[in-house]
Ligand binder design. Sequence first.
Ligand SMILES: [Zn+2]
Length: 325
Amino acid sequence: MAKGYTAWCAPAPSGQAQVLYLQDVQYRCTLCGFEEGLRYFATQPLHTRTLSAIERTWDNVWDTPPGECSQCGTPLSSGALRRLCLTFFLPHGRGALRAEGVEGNPFWSLAPYELPDAQVLPTWERAPAATPLATPLSGEAIRSLLGRPWNPKETWRSESLALREGALDLSEGLWAVHAARALAPEEVIDRLGLSVPWQRQLVVAPLVEEGCPRDGLYGAPSRWMQGITPPPFVYGVASPARVLRALEEELVRLGLPLRALPLPDGSLALLWGEDGDPAASPSISPREVAAEAASTLLHPGDALRVELDRLLLCAAFRHEAEASS
Ligand SMILES: [Zn+2]
């Protein structure tokens, strides 16, 4: 069974969460006529990766010259670009959103079951399993194909104005609760109307208080609520159980000899192999990851994958530093 690639995406030097996407470029050198296909592994900020931002990516890449000719070394102009294919994946779960085309006119499609795979090159033909998409890209159409929103912040923006009080089911394990007054966490959870035994484990984070979106870095509400007058109080709610399930799925998918060992404080140590030492291993807390998802309206699975990448990269760097010292 295909498991996809195991490329880990590092945060930007500023700490901003990033996500990988593929740029497949075909160019013809305007000086010597040499033709070549190139693949770039590019990154973009995760929190602001809305569908409209993705559409803009096509224009930006098309207008950016693809380096130098491999044969004669001439700097390539944007006129050398013949064909371009951009492929965007979610951090967690299946689904490839693809734009490909010539002469600056992309054809957009979504392959809902595709996993990232660095071996697969563009065929420049529409994949049979892909569904064509109209532009501008519709969050609703993509959500119905994927079974989850591309970016829950975008879903909140499109649905928030219609709801002054009540709960929005944004994604599996992620909600927003709107209220006219301040609510205690238990009241926020009650307003979801779930009546399930695990509901008290849900994590609640205030997003708007007395009409003021919470400020902060990158995924903070003040950044993605711009241009919107939110209800007086908005809370994000996320499920640690959904985070835990995402962790189990990612450990299977990564195909590494990693196992998660529960610790007394509710977090999990990520042990390498059978002899890993819990005290020397990175640990991950589903509650803390759920708190990050709730406070930034990130899909709990995406929040988990971003944190897992950060931990594994830190562990790899530490291992390298220890080996070279
Ligand atoms: Zn050339």
